[in-house]
Design a binder for this molecule. Structure first.
Ligand SMILES: *Cc1c(COP(=O)(O)O)cnc(C)c1O
Length: 339
């Protein structure tokens, strides 16, 4: 009954098999291999556009490298106050950008409030040398509260930003967003104005593989991305083993099947917890359940060995993964049954 995070989940067997299958003979190094070409083709196919991409083993590296392409060291990246890049990356975005400032915005469910964004951008004076101008916007979908931005909500924010600079999307849990919004990858990214994206696979079944995607005009940043990846130590000689993960992840829609499983487990778990008196505090748009539960319930669950995360006050976070089983959920139901 481990609901601590989807990072705690194992890798899907198809990912392991793909790595074993790529482990045959010599291959070109540093991303010039056929698995990398296949991963790029598969990503272009899934996103319905010719894109450029690079693979890294963590979401932090993907976000920080992506943002370093979009914002100069003397500029600001607008993001939500709860954003992973602000709260959970130990200053990696600041480090990789050479000191760019994160400029924090409010909003319910960790979605950037449209009016707050508008006010910030109306006051943007890039020509006034004393201030730090907003040069890029970073959105997360799912958000840090497990909520999904719709395609329209993404587009509204991107449209406001574009006169000032590009838009980055942190898609560490993009698969979970997709299956709950029933939108296409393109609709929730470049068609909604996203220029550069961190596309996660690790939480949803890979070992360690996150893609930095460059859409449209942003493709001209590819040489800069290569240079920055190399300088940051993110140009692994045996890239084929990362690329094989991405290929297997996307093949025959495996990634969407896995996200469907995780999301459906989260719904079942939420039912069990609300039946036991819990109150959902954020929208359940993916695989994360944020719920207020009483201390007595917390104690029962802890005593039974269930793992989950205290968030704030009575709010606790339960994350389901592709590997969450019926037994995990019925185990929680049994612990909380009144008898
Ligand atoms: C998990 C996560 C990441 C990636 O984190 P790493 O631990 O560096 O892989 C990035 N953004 C969000 C919103 C996340 O939830």
């Amino acid at each position: 009954m481990n609901f601590s995070s989807d990072t705690a989940a194992p890798a899907h067997p198809a990912i392991i098999e793909a790595i074993a299958a790529a482990n045959t003979g010599a291959a070109s190094s540093y991303g010039a291999d056929k698995w990398m070409a296949a991963a790029k083709a598969a990503l272009s196919d899934v996103f319905e556009t010719d894109l450029d991409m690079w693979l890294v083993p963590s979401g932090t590296a993907a976000n920080a490298l992506a943002l370093s392409l979009l914002c100069p060291s003397h500029g600001a990246i607008l993001c939500h106050a709860e954003a992973h890049i602000e709260r959970d990356e130990r200053g990696a975005p600041e480090f990789y950008t050479g000191g760019a400032k994160l400029s924090l915005l409010p909003g319910r469910y960790a979605k950037i409030d449209l009016d707050a964004l508008k006010r910030r951008l109306d006051a943007n004076r890039p020509g006034f040398v004393h201030e730090v101008p907003a040069c890029a916007l970073s959105l997360s979908n799912l958000t840090e509260c497990g909520a999904a931005y719709s395609a329209a909500e993404t587009a509204e924010r991107a449209e406001l930003m574009h006169p000032h600079g590009p838009v980055h999307l942190d898609g560490a849990r993009f698969a979970n967003t997709l299956v709950s919004t029933a939108k296409s990858p393109a609709d929730l990214s470049w068609r909604a104005g996203v220029n550069v994206m961190s596309f996660g696979a690790t939480k949803n079944g890979a070992i360690g593989c996150e893609a930095i995607l460059l859409f449209g005009e942003a493709r001209k940043l590819a040489p800069d991305l290569m240079a920055r990846a190399k300088r940051a130590g993110h140009m692994p000689p045996k890239m084929r083993f990362l690329a094989a993960q991405m290929g297997a992840y996307l093949k025959d829609g495996l990634w969407l099947d896995l996200a469907r499983r995780a999301n459906s487990s989260a719904k079942k778990l939420a039912d069990v917890l609300t039946t036991a008196g819990g109150k959902l505090v954020y929208p359940l748009d993916g695989n994360e359940v944020f719920i207020d539960i009483e201390p007595a319930v917390v104690k029962k669950l802890n005593d039974a060995g269930a793992a989950f995360y205290p968030w704030a006050g009575k709010t606790h976070r339960f994350v389901c993964s592709w590997n969450t089983s019926e037994a995990d959920i019925s185990g929680i139901a049994t612990v909380l049954s009144p008898s």
